[in-house]
Write a protein that binds this ligand. Structure first.
Ligand SMILES: [Zn+2]
Length: 254
């Protein structure tokens, strides 16, 4: 274990334990998973069945990213083949098996600027993601700080079976988002499931997660007053490109 590895593990454990704090209501029991890139080749991810609540270093395993990406390229694979593939991708063959969601973590850690990933199931976010009209509710942005932290627009991925199908659906969603907006998403909403925050630092993942929870509380609040009125594309673009907001984004996500 070299120094870079130890440093990233320490940061990942601290971020994960904070995301798992019960009073934040982001996850309960074994819900959610987190990951971090050590270098271009190796990443750390929560082991299958481990809890983020009060987690320590033993909750994480080191995995080879190219080996997981190879699984993602396969046309067809059974759950058993995927599990065996993920086990084989672990740096230490004796280590606990990585989370079944290692496929989407490997994919997202390959995006430019993404070093930490936090996937949670916050109650208020899921209240909206599990609602009848989620597609309409996640069609726009509500207030400036949401755009500063969470990006130009929400990305909502349709409900998909966990594991490989979900990773493929996320890849498709990210590609479409990039083609449409010219930038990568900062957050991905999974219908009937939860959210994924992408960050260069643990602080960015935590800030994005907190802002998503707040924006969903605001969104739920608008339902009592006639429903949301989204900001115009012009105002969204203005906030997203303002130099003072870029500086604020940097300071907030340190
Ligand atoms: Zn999940």
């Amino acid at each position: 274990m070299n120094e870079a590895y130890r440093g990233v593990l320490e940061q990942l454990v601290a971020m994960s334990a904070r995301l798992g704090e019960p009073e934040r209501d982001l996850v309960i029991l074994g819900e959610g998973n987190t990951s971090a890139a050590v270098d271009d080749d190796i990443f750390l991810i929560k082991a299958s069945g481990r809890s983020l609540v009060g987690c320590g270093p033993e909750a994480f395993v080191a995995v080879r990213r190219p080996a997981v990406m190879e699984l993602l390229q396969r046309e067809t694979a059974t759950d058993e083949e995927i599990k065996a593939g993920l086990r084989a991708a672990a740096v230490d063959p004796e280590a606990a098996p990585p989370s079944i969601e290692a496929t989407f973590h490997a994919l997202l850690l390959g995006l430019e600027g993404v070093r930490f990933v936090g996937h949670t199931h916050p109650t208020v976010v899921n209240a909206l993601l599990c609602s009848r009209d989620a597609e309409e509710l996640f069609a726009g942005s509500l207030f400036p700080d949401q755009i500063v932290l969470c990006g130009v627009a929400p990305l909502l991925v349709p409900y998909t079976d966990p594991g490989l199908p979900l990773a493929r659906a996320i890849r498709e969603g990210v590609e479409e988002y990039h083609a449409r907006h010219g930038v990568l998403p900062k957050v991905i909403f999974l219908r009937n499931h939860g959210l994924i925050a992408l960050g260069a630092t643990p602080g960015e993942v935590e800030s994005i997660t907190a802002m998503c929870v707040k924006s969903c509380r605001v969104l739920a609040g608008t339902m009592a007053f006639g429903g949301p009125r989204f900001m115009s594309p012009e105002n969204v673009a203005r906030i997203y490109s303002r130099p003072d907001e870029a500086l604020r984004r940097k300071l907030i996500t340190k």
